[in-house]
Design a protein around this ligand. Structure first.
Ligand code: PMP
Length: 326
């Protein structure tokens, strides 16, 4: 018999899938690291489990404890699955721009969810950064995860996602392209790949309204770059410790409209029903066309599943209201 001991045993070892129609104009092979095959339907299961195991190991998380985190949903799902198996409670703080499906899904896996306003400064006491930090201080036997600065986030990708991509491409990968939020994925995978072959180029996909691209190019944290945007999961108005700019060769910014249009195109033209940041990621790959040569092997990572976005970019009324389609 062949089975996992519990659902956590199914995390990782996701497939690599060739992109076809959407990348017809590119000269090279483009492969998608398809993270929706994780049990929580996103890449975040990997880092959630790693953060919990590291916190257990050094006593930050104790038996029967409460896990507290500010999360847009995917990290919450990963934490909730691990919490169920391991016997912890979860309280998640979310920003009100996140899709309703994401809140409902968190509650479905037993988490308590607190929704906070998006349009306030990060240090405002109502912001989701502030509320999650305060709950961490006030709740007995609790552990505040802080995926932005928690080194176990990057470590998970250094130890699992990166080695998988290296092995699956037989060491032939030349470019890695991925959306950046906390920075855990790009930093862990990027560090591992560059240690194997320093010539591999690592590209971050950023959104308009986020600070990463400008900071990477100038070293300036420019507040004028910060404004509300629609794209979920990538871009920040802070510099998380998990973004290791030294392993990133460059960023490209994708508009909200393009992210949504390309999320639809992935579903309709590739049969890849994925989340909004996958639309950003594939549009980012297309924008980087001039950097690719015929023998290159480009790997793009798709973070999460389309089911969480059915009321948004997969809904044509919503797309029209936003002015993204005629
Ligand atoms: N896409 C989605 C849908 C996400 O939830 C996240 C995590 N915020 C990212 C991309 C970015 O990944 P990372 O936090 O590892 O940079």
């Amino acid at each position: 018999m062949e089975y996992a001991e519990n659902i956590l045993g199914t995390i990782g070892n996701t497939p690599l899938v060739k992109m076809n129609k959407l990348v017809e104009d590119l000269p090279c092979l483009v492969l998608a690291k398809y993270e929706t095959f994780n049990p929580g339907n996103s890449v975040k299961d990997r880092m959630a489990l790693q953060m919990i195991e590291d916190a257990e190991a050094d006593g930050r998380l104790k038996p029967g404890g409460t896990i507290i985190e500010g999360t847009s949903g995917n990290t919450g799902m990963g934490l909730a699955l691990a919490a169920i198996v391991k016997g912890y409670k979860c309280i998640f703080v979310m920003a009100d721009k996140q899709s309703k499906e994401k809140v409902d899904i968190m509650r479905a896996v037993g988490a308590e969810v607190i929704v906070c306003p998006t349009a306030v400064e990060p240090d405002d006491p109502r912001s989701y950064y502030s509320v999650s930090k305060r709950l961490g201080e006030e709740t007995p036997n609790s552990w505040y995860v802080n995926q932005y600065d928690n080194p176990s986030n990057t470590k998970a990708h250094y130890e699992s996602t990166g080695p998988e991509i290296w092995k699956q491409t037989d060491g032939k990968i030349t470019h890695f392209v991925v959306g950046v939020g906390t920075g855990g994925t790009i930093s862990g995978v990027g560090k591992y790949l560059k240690e194997q072959n320093p010539n591999i180029k690592v590209w971050g996909v950023d959104t308009y309204g986020s600070v990463f691209k400008k900071y990477h190019e100038t070293g300036i944290f420019d507040e004028n770059e910060i404004y509300p945007y629609v794209t979920e999961g990538i871009g920040e108005d802070i510099l998380p410790k998990n973004v290791d700019f030294s392993v990133i060769d460059g960023f490209t910014k994708v508009t909200d409209k393009d992210a949504c249009v390309y999320t639809q195109r992935l579903a309709k033209e590739e049969g890849m029903f994925l989340g909004n940041s996958a639309g950003s990621a594939i549009k980012g790959v297309l924008q980087l066309k001039e950097h690719f040569k015929p023998d290159d092997v480009v790997v793009v990572l798709f973070h999460d599943h389309g089911s969480r976005y059915v009321g948004k970019m997969f809904n044509d009324d919503w797309m029209r209201e936003m002015g993204y389609i005629e």
